[in-house]
Design a protein around this ligand. Sequence first.
Ligand code: PLP
Length: 374
Amino acid sequence: MENQPATTVTTPLLPDLDDLNLLLKEIWASKWVTNNGQFHQQLEKALCDYLKVPFISLFTNGTLPLLTALQALRVSGEVITTPYSFVATTHSIWWNGLKPVFVDIDPNTCGLDPDKIEAAITPRTTAIMPVHCYGKPCDGIRIQQIADKYGLKVIYDAAHAFGVEVNGKSVLNWGDMSTLSFHATKVYNTIEGGALIVHDEATKKRIDYLKNFGFESETEVVAPGINGKMDEIRAAIGLTNLRKVDRSIEARHEVAVRYRDSLRHIKGIRFFDDMPGVKHNYSYFPIFVNAEEYGMTRDELYYTLIKHNIYGRRYFYPLISTFDCYRALPSASADNLPNATRIANEVICLPIHHELTNDILNRIIDIVSAPKKA
Ligand SMILES: *Cc1c(COP(=O)(O)O)cnc(C)c1O
């Protein structure tokens, strides 16, 4: 077993090569390789249909739509956000010259705790940037109520929430804008890529200018834009992967069900069940290790798995607020973030993807169930 190739937390969904080849030949024939080409346009339309969203603008990665959303909404001053995320969430605030203000998470969703948002609002606050962590929807209703009361914008970092719906409606329509990442490690990928979801055509137009240096026409620049465009090759990969993503999510679902059935009785291991009315994408399978009850720390379990060539990921440890560039912020103290601090020390995301074999899955379950024997 130890001689087997490493099992990683995920493996990229790759397009069918024959499918992709046909599209690449078209690109080669047309010689139109980027700048809103035919596959770019087709992918925007296909994703609007698949995701049930009105307007989408494709990007070259999942960080530029965060940066661009803050620009487009003219956010200023302070932005309330979560420390329990991938660093790009906070970096996007910083790169806009704004001050991130960290608020603690709700341990039942790992998203921003709505009960703690209002205390962090100051006269300089202009926006909230929550994350649908692991694709679990935030408390969007309460967050919107607070935003409306104080006149704040809401930009969801929905990098984990591809295809996630509540009562048949996409969470990507929540707030003022939502962003997606199509990085290779995500449920749906274009290798590198991302998108910004907006509510109306005028905003979509403005985003399309902003991601193309601000060009409105050959000679007119209407805003200081950036280069965030997705090229035709990645759009073609996106079109072919879209044909496979449902099967991949179904395979992940089966893995999640096996983990839950097998680990439910293990003392000191907590995990999430499906939320009622929610269509999940099974993008991650986080478990939370209570060291006292489990008889082993999170890191001991993490390294035991590695000894057996199984690489979970401690998403999200360390917290963003503990990195050198942010730790001096008043909101970054562990006292202000007790739930996030505890959860970051308990979490391991177990391998979950469309190619995980039953043998490996059984092996992971055996180790987590009896780590001292492993
Ligand atoms: C992956 C991710 C991003 C960044 O996306 P990239 O495509 O890698 O730039 C942003 N936020 C979260 C929560 C992510 O998981």
